[in-house]
Design a protein around this ligand. Structure first.
Ligand code: HEC
Ligand code: HEC
Length: 401
């Protein structure tokens, strides 16, 4: 009996030791892989794009067969998309992907773009206010980055006119990545891989802020989400939506609810700013939005009409995350014009915001419809190892929540 027990103990110890050895060997092998990883930029365009002459990636979508947004009515399914940006090379897009996930872009090397724009959360971060490099909160919530290729202005208050101009915000703002231009370029130049990667993506250009901006813009414009169940329905497959969702779409584009006047298909934004009078969370002062940018009192409380693509993944909603779910957002629109505007504040609420008196089941169907706009099939691959050798940080950000 004792001998059997003894043999069992010896055997188990042996197995445990062997497992330990295997683990050590694998961990070692992985760290060696990380140290010696060589980076080569992809020469293929991301999904949804075709490589054309001049090594450029061009967008391909069924919506390009629909001719115009004019005279089709705002809720039509066969309306064309607004103009978009494409024509970047596969290498520029792929370099942008590495930069996007790499905390080397931040002052303390601990925050990446993906910290606040996480692929698993519709490229947002699940918070009303994002947390930046120094633990400080940003003033507004992080918008999705899906379909930024089609936007003509950036930030909630439309203060930037291009993706390149927008980038100065996060990179150098003390509330976000808190870097300095000189330091950013130096850390990339000193890195063992980035200089060669930049040379491959920009053969005729020095490594500069401009090339960083172009690569990041190239990557962001490759985030295309136009293959949701709604899109299948729009292209003619009636069965792609159920009855409640179709009813919701009809409420959405009706002249009673008027959602489609601003959230115009197929992008579900008209690329304009509008005053709708959303509430601020308690304890926060009024955010005057676009009034500050354009110096016009008419725009007090005006914000960019957000696209509703992948909206099911980007709660909480609105510029200051005031609503946790889509039904509450739908209900906001039926509670009365300007009902959440603080007393004594004059706001010129947009004329399409009125009192549609929607019933409970209509609010449910609106929420159900908005959930059909989800599509993240073209989510780019998250790099396992970064040229900087720094750990990926956006997963930590996920765990904190
Ligand atoms: C600390 C969190 C944080 C980090 C890091 C961050 N962002 Fe953002 N991002 C935000 C917030 C918050 C906004 C909205 C700010 C506003 O509207 O005033 C925003 C807005 C944007 C927008 C505008 C989108 C739109 O629809 O108008 C783009 C594009 C963007 N970020 C890209 C990036 C890129 C690229 C990086 C990395 C270089 C980055 N962000 C890093 C939080 C962050
Ligand atoms: C007059 C234009 C206008 C109309 C009409 C309109 N919206 Fe909006 N919508 C906006 C603006 C502007 C915002 C952002 C406001 C803010 O952040 O304070 C917004 C935000 C939203 C959001 C949150 C998006 C996000 O990313 O956080 C949802 C969801 C939404 N609207 C759904 C609807 C529905 C459903 C209807 C119809 C019942 C509707 N909207 C009608 C302009 C409009």
């Amino acid at each position: 009996m004792l001998i059997v027990l003894f043999r069992e103990i010896v055997y188990r110890t042996f197995v445990v030791a062997l497992c330990g050895l295997v683990i050590i060997v694998t961990v070692k092998a992985e760290s060696v892989a990380a140290e010696s990883a060589t980076f080569e930029l992809s020469s293929d365009c991301p999904r949804g794009f075709e490589l054309v002459a001049g090594n450029k990636c061009e967008l391909r979508t069924l919506y390009q067969f629909y001719s115009s947004t004019q005279n089709r009515g705002v809720g039509g399914t066969h309306t064309a998309l607004p103009p978009h940006r494409d024509g970047f090379s596969p290498q520029q897009i792929d370099l942008g992907r590495l930069l996007f996930f790499d905390p080397i872009l931040s002052g303390n090397q601990k925050v990446s773009c993906a910290s606040c724009h996480q692929p698993k959360r519709g490229f947002s971060d699940g918070r009303a206010f994002s947390v930046g490099a120094n633990g400080s909160l940003s003033n507004r919530s992080a918008p999705t980055l899906w379909n930024t290729a089609f936007l003509s202005s950036f930030f909630w208050d439309a203060r930037a006119n291009s993706l390149e101009e927008q980038l100065v915000g996060p990179l150098f703002s003390p509330n976000e990545m808190a870097n300095l231009p000189q330091q950013l370029i130096e850390s990339l130049e000193k890195n063992k891989d980035y200089p060669a990667l930049f040379a491959a993506a920009f053969p005729k250009q020095q490594l500069s802020l401009n090339s960083v901006y172009t690569a990041l813009a190239a990557f962001q414009t490759s985030l295309i989400s136009l293959n949701s169940r709604y899109d299948e329905y729009a292209h003619g497959n009636h069965d792609a939506l159920n009855e409640q969702e179709i009813a919701g779409f009809n409420v959405f584009r009706s002249f009673v609810a008027r959602c489609a006047e601003c959230h115009t298909p197929p992008l579900f934004t008209n690329n304009q700013v509008a005053v709708i009078g959303t509430p601020e969370p308690s304890g926060r002062g009024l955010d005057i939005g676009a009034e500050k940018i354009f110096g016009s009192e008419k725009l007090k409380g005006a914000f960019k009409v957000p696209s509703l693509r992948n909206i099911a993944e980007t709660a909480p909603y609105m510029h200051s995350g005031g609503f946790d779910n889509l039904r509450d957002v739908a209900e906001f629109y039926t509670k009365g014009r300007g009902h959440a505007v603080p007393e004594g504040v004059k706001m010129q609420i947009h004329w399409h915001i009125w009192e549609p008196n929607l019933q409970g089941h209509e609010l449910d169907s609106l929420a159900a419809f908005m959930r059909t706009l989800s599509d993240s099939k073209f989510t780019p691959e998250v790099p396992h190892v970064l040229p900087s050798g720094l750990p990926l940080v956006h997963d930590e950000a996920l765990q904190e929540n």
